[in-house]
Design a protein around this ligand. Structure first.
Ligand code: FAD
Length: 292
């Protein structure tokens, strides 16, 4: 099933993200975690591509597995910045062969060793290059992309960032998933601006439940997200008590999701980080709201 069919069906959706194992030996434990999340029958699941230290090799194995064994629609991430055109073409063909219908087309972070290179010689400079290649492949994929309510860290300003976002949509990106954010007002503001810029595709709000204090610094470093005082107080109070912090982090994420649904944001993607218990608690906190 195409993700846009889920996003446009007029119902609220809740989906989860998982990542592939960092090493071959970790495959079984990651597979187990992804199966446990798939058993919750979320609206769909996305599988990252090499992000957060996960290897890219297993992205399609996990996506195929979840789809076939649990009937859960999957969204396979694909990055392009450090890949040649040939590699990207092979990946796209492999996805099609395995019956993957949905791809999140990303640039990927620039590896440190490539930062000082002349970028004009690269096969792919931006996600839009990958979107063009997927379209040109002729395969029938539903293509998504990433967007940044607090602007992408490399962007000069929000206007530029939104201009490039529009280029991705015009190239064939059919929905956008946001970077994590901890203050919903940032998303509401962003939505107003992108709609004004003529971007009308569905926006999926990305929510990261922070379940331990160590995750906070990492999340800020990765995303540059603003931490509201309400969230900081919670970490100050419960950060040294793992169980309390987990409960508080899940409650905060749940509260954010309820506010999003209440304000007309129908589609929420939870960065569940291979944690079935966190995914399960969030889903059960929303059971009556989602009718599950
Ligand atoms: P782009 O859309 O190419 O944008 C990158 C920057 O370039 C932006 O500042 C943009 O404004 C600018 N730009 C775009 N086009 C132009 C242009 N024509 N001229 C000048 N500037 C331009 N990383 C992974 O490695 N694996 C994953 O699985 C993964 N999943 C992700 C999922 C989501 C929902 C999100 C939000 C991020 C994910 N990332 C992942 C991280 C992502 O790869 C990085 O944030 C990366 O730095 C940017 O990727 P992008 O696709 O948004 O890039």
């Amino acid at each position: 099933m195409k993700i846009t069919e889920i996003l446009n069906n007029g119902k609220m959706s809740l989906s989860f993200e998982v990542f592939p194992p960092k090493t071959d030996t970790a495959f079984e434990s990651v597979q187990h975690a992804t199966h446990e999340i798939a058993k919750l029958k979320p609206s769909y699941m996305s599988i990252t591509y090499g992000a957060g230290g996960g290897t890219s090799r297993y992205t399609l194995d996990i996506a195929e597995d979840i789809m076939k064994d649990y009937g859960v629609p999957t969204l396979a991430h694909l990055t392009c910045v450090s890949s040649s055109k040939e590699t990207v073409h092979e990946r796209i063909a492999e996805m099609n062969k395995r019956g993957i219908k949905n791809v999140l087309a990303l640039r990927g972070d620039i590896p440190a060793e490539m930062e000082n290179e002349d970028r004009s010689s690269w096969d792919h400079q931006f996600a839009v290059d990958l979107i063009h290649e997927i379209k040109e492949s002729g395969f029938d994929f539903c293509i998504g992309g990433a967007c940044y309510p607090e602007i992408h860290p490399e962007s000069l300003n929000q206007k530029e960032d939104i201009k490039h976002l529009k280029e991705k949509v015009d190239a064939g990106c059919e929905f956008l998933t946001t970077q994590m954010f901890f203050d919903n007002n940032l998303l509401y503001n962003f939505l107003y601006k992108i709609r004004e810029a003529g971007i009308t595709v569905p926006i999926v709000a990305g929510i990261m439940p922070i379940t331990n204090a160590k995750q906070v610094d990492r999340a800020i470093k990765l995303s540059g997200s603003f931490m509201p005082q309400r969230f900081k107080s919670l970490v100050d109070k419960f950060g040294s008590d793992p169980l309390a912090m987990k409960q508080a982090g899940i409650a905060y994420a749940t509260d954010q999701i309820i506010d999003l649904y209440a304000n007309g944001i129908e589609n929420v993607h939870v960065y569940s980080m291979n944690k079935p218990d966190v995914a399960q608690k969030i889903q059960s906190n929303l059971s009556d709201i989602l009718g599950k």
